[in-house]
Design a protein around this ligand. Structure first.
Ligand SMILES: NC(=O)c1ccc[n+]([C@@H]2O[C@H](COP(=O)([O-])OP(=O)(O)OC[C@H]3O[C@@H](n4cnc5c(N)ncnc54)[C@H](O)[C@@H]3O)[C@@H](O)[C@H]2O)c1
Length: 246
């Protein structure tokens, strides 16, 4: 029995990394997935890479930090499906720098995508999700929400996501919508491949499980939170980090 048969799920930042793994597993569980990312070309190649998985994929280019684009995206989902069961706010960026050198542009761009993007997508999707009998919102936070040198902007954005998640869990429970966050540790994607080799090695020595995470480790947790098994789970921050955040 597939866990998400017939559910309609939006995944942002779906063209690669964790978002692509989430999309793959949602399709395997029978969901119809709306893949959202910045560039149509990237979405087209991502869709091509999913050819081995049967399922219904729609691709939409949208910058989640742009209110007009988000409105247009959600309107198009409303027109095409007139329904939405779940939103996975996965799109995220880093612009690392030590705080004393961090430019306003580096600060603002990360807050805009990671925190305001999560707000905008949730704000415009919630009316549609309210009509679902099993509404789900899942936000991607990070172990870095607890603080990480060189990531004041990213850490603040991901801590903000936790506050937003908990408040939405309180406000939306009455509409049968659960809202949870996942806080990954060090996951092998383009985001972490950009970290200099020496720093990457240092990170790896700190992970109690002794290995980096895979995008599929995070997707497994997303599938649980989307499934009926998690119907009574809301307002939680689920670490997927091999113990790194302990
Ligand atoms: N990789 C890790 O170790 C790790 C750890 C903790 C949290 N996370 C979080 O998990 C999520 C996914 O990370 P990842 O490692 O797969 O990153 P990634 O850089 O590999 O992929 C991110 C995707 O988001 C898209 N994106 C960026 N800005 C966007 C925007 N404004 N609108 C729409 N799409 C946009 C990118 O084009 C890309 O496809 C992020 O929120 C990240 O902060 C990752």
């Amino acid at each position: 029995m597939k866990k998400l048969s017939g559910r309609i799920v939006i995944v942002t930042g779906a063209a690669r990394g964790i978002g692509l793994a989430i999309t793959r597993q949602c399709l395997q569980e029978g969901a119809r997935v709306v893949m959202v990312d910045l560039r149509m070309e990237d979405l087209e190649s991502a869709r091509e890479s999913l050819k081995d998985v049967p399922g219904d994929i729609t691709i939409k280019a949208c910058d989640v930090s742009n209110e007009d684009q988000v409105k247009e995206l959600v309107n198009s989902v409303k027109t095409e499906f007139d329904a939405l069961d779940a939103l996975v706010n996965n799109a995220g960026i880093t612009r690392d720098n030590l705080f004393m050198r961090m430019s306003f542009e580096q600060w603002q761009s990360v807050i805009n995508v990671n925190l305001t993007g999560t707000y905008l997508m949730t704000r415009y999707c919630t009316a549609l999700i309210r009509k679902s009998s099993a509404g789900r919102i899942i936000n991607l936070s990070s172990v870095a929400a607890n603080g990480n040198p060189g990531q004041a902007n990213y850490s603040a954005s991901k801590a903000g996501v936790i506050g937003l998640t908990k408040t939405l869990a309180l406000e939306l429970a009455r509409y049968n919508i659960t809202v949870n966050a996942i806080a990954p540790g060090f996951i092998e994607t383009d985001m972490t491949r950009a970290i200099p080799e020496k720093a990457r090695e240092e990170w790896l020595t700190k992970i109690p499980a002794g290995r980096a995470g895979k995008p599929s480790d995070v997707a497994d947790a997303v599938i649980f939170l989307l499934s009926d098994a998690a119907a009574y789970v809301t307002g939680n921050i689920l670490g997927v980090d091999g113990g790194l955040g302990l």
